[in-house]
Ligand binder design. Structure first.
Ligand code: DC
Length: 239
């Protein structure tokens, strides 16, 4: 634990909550911030992806249809947090790489609007927050899962810039998507994430908003570390 930020502890652990839409830079920034602080990274999108994979593997492919509670409750998810990375295991199998596909991401976005799906994962996330110092990234970290977190950051960026980042990421992976398709997908995902009735993507009232449109990830991290030092008043420098 960084001595400089101990006043931001809730009970025994500290949670830094980072939320924002797809492409806002959350994942990279959360990973770098966790590394700077020596905290574990909790990538909650990965949990929604793994649960979606579980449902798909059980033949539940209609995200609008009924989800068999037995299948939902039978999910056996384990995460191994580590500084700057998080491994996800489904039924003992490491699915960290498998859940990165567009197909699983799209299913995660659809299933995550279901209250029973969210309910299944909230307990797991909170439990990790009682055991580890976390940089927790997602859509509802500051608003729902860790409302008591003293440091809450909400990242945004222009839609086109977010789509461009996603497009370049896919190209780096060897895919050849059309930019307009990536843009349309991102717009759809924003609408779904922002309009679902349970835990929609929303800035918590006490979160600090940071627009990353014209910033590099390192610049964003620098601002977050600065903000943490200022918010956690007994701050001796966080290296
Ligand atoms: O961040 P990501 O793309 O890996 O997340 C996949 C989907 O999971 C995303 O479209 C919305 C959903 N999600 C969510 O609803 N709540 C979270 N805390 C994290 C992700």
């Amino acid at each position: 634990m960084e001595t400089g930020i101990s006043s931001c502890r809730a009970k025994d652990t500290t949670v830094i909550a980072i939320d924002g839409p797809a492409g806002s830079g959350k994942s990279t920034v959360a990973r770098l911030t966790a590394h700077r602080l020596g905290f574990f990274l909790l990538d909650t999108g990965a949990l929604y992806r793994a649960l979606a994979l579980h449902l798909m593997r059980h033949g539940i492919t209609d995200s609008a249809g009924p989800v068999d509670p037995e299948v939902l409750n039978s999910v056996n998810l384990r995460v191994e947090p580590a500084v700057g990375a998080m491994q996800v295991f489904l039924d003992g199998e490491d699915v960290t790489a498998d859940i990165r596909s567009e197909k699983v991401g799209d299913a995660a976005s659809r299933y995550s609007s279901r209250p029973e799906v969210r309910h299944t994962l909230v307990g797991l996330q909170r439990d990790l927050g009682t055991r580890w110092n976390l940089v927790a990234e997602g859509r509802d970290m500051g608003s729902v899962v860790f409302p008591e977190a003293k440091v809450k950051i909400f990242l945004t960026a222009d839609l086109e810039v977010r789509a461009r980042r996603r497009y370049l990421e896919l190209r780096d992976k060897g895919e050849r998507p059309a930019f307009d398709d990536v843009l349309a997908d991102m717009r759809d995902r924003d609408v779904r994430d922002e309009t679902r009735s349970v835990s929609p993507l929303v800035q918590a009232w006490d979160a600090t908003r940071l627009d990353t449109t014209d910033l590099t990830p390192d610049q964003v991290v620098e601002q977050i570390i600065q903000y943490i030092k200022e918010s956690c008043a007994d701050a001796s420098p966080v290296s």
